[in-house]
Design a protein around this ligand. Sequence first.
Ligand SMILES: [Zn+2]
Length: 443
Amino acid sequence: MKAVCPLCGREYEGIIPPKCECGGRPRFTYDYSRVNPRAWKRRKPGVWRYKELLPPAKKIISLNEGGTPLFKAKLGEELSLNVHIKDETRNPTGSFRDRLASVAVSYGLTYAENGFIIASDGNGGASLAAYAARAEKEAFVVIPHKVDRGKLIQMIAFGARIIRYGDSVDDAIPYASELSRLNGLYDVTPANNAVGIEGQKTLAFELWEELNPTHVLVPTGSGTLLYSLYKGFKELQTLGLVEEVPELIAVQTEKCSPIAAVLEGGKSKREFTKALALYVREPPFLEEAVEAVRESGGKAVVVREEELDVGEKKLAREGVFGEYASAVVVPALMKLSEGGYFERDDRIVLLVTGSGLKSFQEERERSMISGTKLEILRILGEGEAYGYEIWERLEKPMKYQAVYQHIRELESLGLIEESRRKGRRIYYRLSPKGRRILENLEG
Ligand SMILES: [Zn+2]
């Protein structure tokens, strides 16, 4: 089976470019008359449950991706709304990109003589590394200079070859394409090859089976996830299973908001955001993402950088540890809810796309240092002090035990250290790392 350009009829094999030479968008189309959704129910959950709607593969490379849990959010009760969390952190490598990797590696195996390549800001690289390892193929990952540490460690653990290139993933995309051509590598970067979209669209099928949502809040960087959901829901519509595509709500950060700017007007910033996976200056799927939001009757929401911590904490209260790039959906929901956007019986989904365990460490630590901990750092910034003295200087209605607990946590984070002992008194001082973080926090 091939992908076909709906405008000029040109057929594509192997790498399916997102854009045809004529400007059309080659698509994998399927024999929809042969799809029987009742057969899905008899299969185990996961991406390959929907195999009739996936590109053909001689051999399936799977780690049981997809079939991730969907559960009610407590946050919904607070807002008197029906809100569910789709927890994509529960995929094999901790992000939704495993859906892409399983399908792209299985389909691409025939074309990947010398291995696979992807340009990625983290999650995609970690996913490809795992699936290529399982397929016994080499994986090359082109990453920008700043990548979440945990994602990098995953790539290394799975034996990927890492190539650092450029400031954001935008720079890495054409470079990966070039390397792919020169070295006979199968390029699974979604901006260069639409095959991964087919894997990611299974999220729409799962959401339909589980909830049939009316609204889906989608963390948006490159726009591929939005477009994947749109394609999935459109196929369900073609099959007569849904009347309409749910409202797709694109969520970006204020610092990097090119897609939101097209949709809602306003300034398009393209600056660095600590939600690293959303730092895409020139979204390769901008047009498609805009189409997906508009056609679904959705909108775009922009959240402030400070709201990422709020989002992360609220997700944590649900028992979900998401990366900043996922946590954006929480402040977006609150904003829309305050504005009276939702109806009481709407079925709303928050997509949590990737695990917080993968994130950039120093950013994380900074976000954990607030309130009393920050005050303790400030006190020690003026010179060494012992526990009781710190407690006194805080002048807070707080038990000494609670302050001592903060001191111990700061010590275990390596931000303060013992400087000396005098009798039973232990004096503390800032460690070099603590001083650096304090200086950063104080701006
Ligand atoms: Zn064409």
